[in-house]
Design a protein. Structure first.
Length: 225
C-alpha cells in the first residue's frame, strides 16, 4: 500500500471519485451501446431491404435514410456534442454530467453502426434470399430467418468495433462536461498536471477495450457455423 501511495499519491486521494468514474464510463457504454445497437440494426436492415432489387425495394426511403446517416457520420463528434447541447438539455434535463452524455453518444454512434450492420447484412448469400422468396416466406421472415440469422458473426464484429469506438467517445464527451473517466482524467489529471491520474485512467480505458475485444472474438467463434 505504501508503494502505491508513493507512485500514485493523487489517485489514492481521489480513489472514491475514480471508482465512480469507472462506473459512469461502464454505464455510458452499456446503456448508449444497447440503444445504439437497437437503432443501428433497424436502420441497417432498412438500408439493405429497400435497396434496388431487394425484398422491399424503396429507392426514396433508401436514399433519404442513407443521406441522413451519412450527414451525421460526417460531423466530428466533439462538434456534434456542442451542436446537440440544447436538444440534450431538453431531453435529459441536463447539459453536463452523466445524464447529458447518453443522447449525444447515441446520436453519434447510430449512423456508424447502421452502416456497419448494412455491410454485414449485405454480405448474405443472395441465393438464400431468392430461395426463401420462392418458398413463400414473408419479408419479415426473410429479415429474421435469413438476413439477420446468417449475419450474426458479422454483426457481432461490427458491435465489437462500435463498442470499442464508444469507449473512446466517452472520454471525449467526459472531457467537455460529461462524466466518466474522461472527466476524471481531465479535471483531476490534465488540468492539475497529475500524471499518475492520467496514466491510470488511460490504462483502465485500454483494459476495457481489450475486454470488449476478447468478448467479441469469443462470441464470433461461438456463432460462426
Amino acid at each position: 500500500m505504501n508503494f502505491l501511495i508513493q507512485i500514485m499519491p493523487n489517485l489514492i486521494d481521489r480513489i472514491d471519485v475514480f471508482g465512480d468514474a469507472i462506473i459512469e464510463t461502464l454505464l455510458m457504454v452499456l446503456i448508449s451501446g444497447a440503444v445504439s445497437a437497437l437503432f443501428g440494426i433497424v436502420f441497417g436492415v432498412i438500408l439493405v431491404v429497400t435497396r434496388p432489387g431487394d425484398i422491399l425495394e424503396n429507392r426514396i426511403l433508401n436514399t433519404i435514410l442513407g443521406r441522413i446517416i451519412d450527414l451525421f457520420r460526417a460531423v466530428p463528434f466533439i462538434i456534434l456534442v456542442m451542436v446537440l447541447s440544447p436538444l440534450t438539455l431538453l431531453i435529459s434535463g441536463a447539459s453536463i454530467g452523466l445524464k447529458a452524455t447518453f443522447f449525444p453518444l447515441i446520436v453519434g454512434t447510430v449512423p456508424f453502426f447502421a452502416r456497419q450492420v448494412e455491410q454485414a447484412i449485405a454480405e448474405t448469400d443472395r441465393g438464400l434470399v431468392e430461395a426463401s422468396e420462392s418458398m413463400g416466406l414473408a419479408p419479415l421472415e426473410i429479415i429474421f430467418k435469413v438476413y439477420l440469422r446468417e449475419s450474426v458473426p458479422s454483426i457481432i464484429r461490427a458491435t465489437t468495433i462500435t463498442f470499442i469506438s464508444m469507449i473512446g467517445l466517452t472520454a471525449i464527451v467526459g472531457a467537455i462536461g460529461g462524466g466518466g473517466l474522461g472527466a476524471f482524467c481531465y479535471n483531476y489529471g490534465y488540468s492539475q498536471s497529475n500524471f499518475d491520474i492520467m496514466w491510470v485512467s488511460l490504462i483502465v480505458i485500454v483494459i476495457l477495450t481489450i475486454i470488449v475485444q476478447l468478448i467479441g472474438d469469443l462470441l464470433v467463434r461461438k456463432t460462426t457455423h
